[in-house]
Design a binder for this molecule. Structure first.
Ligand code: FES
Ligand SMILES: [Fe+2]
Length: 396
């Protein structure tokens, strides 16, 4: 986000507020609940979205130094091993030994290793995926060539500090995947230099779209987040912009933005005046607050089940040293817990929605005109899913 865009976006919010409006869609949109509960729809999502498109899997700085790694439980039981090689390049491998398929490190595990030693028979891989050793290899496997037994690598690319991977190994992640404005926003967030404070991982029994939807509308703030978010925000007011595919930015203005007209423009600061939300691909959601960025990984496991990982990303220590001060640690810990508390308010609702949808009693849902980002999400979803629109209940 360049400075001119930052000013323009703040002015947009102020103008909407002055008119008592928000960013509307022109009609109400109605959908069948089928797309949230059906195994067939989920299978189609996997073939049309999750295996057909590049997916964001995290921040490159989750593995900041050579040898740093992170193992992720991904779609369809695929375990991904994201590693920064000795050459400083981030790669994504299958976390599976080429001998007999044992997992090299446990899912969720992170750390730093010069070598990955398989826990079964000790085949050993370098940080760039090559097989560098195997006990008694020449005697036991005379017909195999170590050169051909490196870890299976998925096509990946770091763009704007975010790691994108393609589960289809025949395809590449395009270098221009992110729109220029999105790339500029990643620079604005200083994504390349964020550091991991902590992670937290769990499974929510709700469809991934229900969980995303909770992140991109403010209609629920005064109700579902009555005691957490509501006191700081402007109620049902938000603006958003899509960047092609399942990529978007939402601005959720906070009360300090109302002071902007009384301040010289040079003091206008979006990070202080609003929360920023980004959907990337759609497996990563970024929530930028003044002192941190929550990276929320979403891995769809079933139609009604999603693995969530919250990663709190923060600036390095203010004193330029290697460790955060006691005050900084206290602030990060408070923020890490607060984000979780707010998300839980959404996820608990998401689980009740999923259960009710499965019961089949209410078989349609409605997006109001001010839930316009949900309309965008579903329009774009239908486009990438290549769905025949006649299958979908709609009303003007
Ligand atoms: S399965 Fe990995 S060394 Fe045997
Ligand atoms: Fe929410």
């Amino acid at each position: 986000m360049d400075r001119a865009t930052e000013i323009r976006l703040i002015k947009d919010v102020l103008a909407l507020k002055a008119r008592g409006e928000t960013q509307y869609h022109d009609t109400v949109q109605t959908h069948s609940t089928e797309r949230y509960i059906s195994a067939q729809w989920f299978a189609r999502e996997k073939s049309q979205i999750f295996r057909a498109q590049p997916l964001a899997i995290g921040a490159a700085n989750e593995v900041p130094n050579p040898g740093d790694y992170l193992a992720l439980d991904w779609l369809d039981g695929v375990s991904l091993l994201m590693v920064r090689g000795e050459d400083n390049q981030v790669r994504v491998f299958a976390n599976a030994c080429r001998h007999r398929n044992a997992r090299l490190v446990a899912n969720g595990e992170s750390g730093c290793k010069k070598k990955f030693v398989c826990p079964y028979h000790a085949w050993t891989y370098g940080s760039q995926g090559n097989l560098v050793g195997a006990p008694d290899f020449e005697r036991g496997f005379p017909s195999l060539d170590k050169q051909n037994l490196g870890l299976i690598e998925f096509p990946s690319r770091v763009i704007g500090g975010i790691v994108f991977v393609h589960l289809n190994r025949q395809l590449q992640v395009p270098h221009d995947l992110l729109a220029e404005e999105m790339l500029s926003d990643m620079r604005y967030l200083d994504m390349e230099n964020q550091q991991v404070y902590k992670r937290r991982s769990y499974v929510v029994k709700a469809n991934w779209k229900i969980l995303l939807e909770g992140g991109i509308e403010a209609y629920h703030f005064n109700v579902a987040h009555k005691n957490t978010l509501a006191p700081f925000f402007l109620g049902n007011l938000s603006t958003w912009q899509s960047f092609g595919g399942l990529y978007m930015r939402m601005i959720l203005p906070k009360k300090p933005i109302l002071e902007a007209p009384n301040l010289p423009e040079v003091q206008w600061d979006m990070r202080k005046m609003a929360n920023l939300i980004y959907i990337l691909s759609p497996t990563v959601l970024l929530l930028a607050q003044p002192d941190n960025i929550s990276l929320i990984r979403m891995v769809p496991l079933k139609a009604g089940e999603t693995r969530i990982e919250e990663v709190l990303l923060v600036d390095g220590p203010k004193d330029g040293g290697d460790e955060w001060s006691a005050d900084e640690l206290k602030m990060h810990e408070t923020n890490h817990n607060l984000v979780n508390k707010i998300l839980m308010e959404d996820w608990v609702l998401g689980e009740t929605i999923q259960t009710n949808m499965h019961s089949g009693v209410v078989s349609e849902i409605h997006f109001g005109r001010f839930e316009s980002a949900l309309t965008w999400l579903h329009d774009e979803y239908e486009r990438v899913m290549d769905i025949n629109p006649t299958m979908i209940a709609r009303q003007a």
